[in-house]
Design a protein. Structure first.
Length: 254
């Protein structure tokens, strides 16, 4: 969407604060020994208490309130009472929701307990690249140039990017134009970021894979060559200068 009034900006801020607060609280709550379903129910209750509705559940009938992906799962992981969190697990939580007609999206990868499996380096790369990408966005910048920046930074750090997972516009529905904000230079995408538009910027930084494939459950995605992936995501408003980071409250950069 394009922000045209103060009321729209306030609406987007409130929806974004709801998803950002939920993500932060879920991250603080997550610990070894609990199931991903317990964690999801905790997040779902926070959204409900805030008057927000889970976007994947509302939009796609997703079997959970949030997406929780573990270890070799890259994204869209289904919360389960059979999956128990363990020390050293790489976990990704993606929280998106609707509040009073406004939609917002954010996510982050982190390690449960001690980093015994050495995932932190990948996580830090994803966070740093997202930060660099977001602060390079303003009205008129080519979307493909931000993709180039993300892939280039990943290569410098010894990683790859997932080419079929992208950021996207958001605001009045979960996914809007621009539909694809890729993590690589898509030469065919001549679109530019527009001032006052709302976009969800995501990094998909991977150890070995470049494509995400869907498992038989119809939701969970894994890498075509295995390995691990870290994702971080903020919803922002594009301006002429520094973007407004609507989901800053999630503290994924702290």
């Amino acid at each position: 969407m394009s922000i045209t009034t103060e009321a729209e900006l306030i609406g987007m801020k409130k929806a974004s604060e709801a998803v950002a607060y939920t993500l932060k609280e879920m991250r603080n709550f997550a610990k070894a020994g609990m199931t991903t379903k317990e964690l999801d129910n905790y997040g779902g209750q926070i959204l409900k208490d805030l008057g927000a509705k889970s976007a994947p559940y509302e939009t796609y009938g997703f079997p959970g309130w949030t997406c929780i992906s573990m270890n070799n799962e890259f994204c869209h992981g289904i919360p389960s009472d059979k999956t128990i969190l363990k020390d050293g697990d790489l976990i990704n939580i993606d929280v998106s929701a609707e509040l009073n007609g406004f939609w917002s999206d954010n996510g982050g990868s982190f390690v449960i307990g001690q980093d015994i499996n050495q995932h932190q380096k990948l996580i830090e790369a994803s966070k740093q690249i997202l930060q660099k990408a977001i602060y390079s966005i303003k009205g008129g910048v080519r979307i493909s140039d931000i993709g180039f920046l993300i892939e280039n930074e990943a290569k410098k750090k010894g990683y790859k990017v997932i080419k079929n997972l992208t950021g996207h516009g958001t605001g009045r529905s979960l996914h809007e134009e621009p539909h694809e904000i890729a993590n690589y230079r898509d030469r065919f995408n001549l679109t530019r970021f527009k001032k006052n538009s709302v976009v969800a910027i995501e990094t998909f930084i991977s150890t070995t894979s470049t494509i995400a494939e869907t498992l038989q459950d119809g939701w969970t995605m894994v890498g075509n060559k295995g390995g691990f992936m870290a994702q971080h995501e903020h919803t922002i408003v594009v301006t002429d200068g520094k973007p407004i980071i609507l989901t800053e409250m999630n503290e994924i950069w702290n």
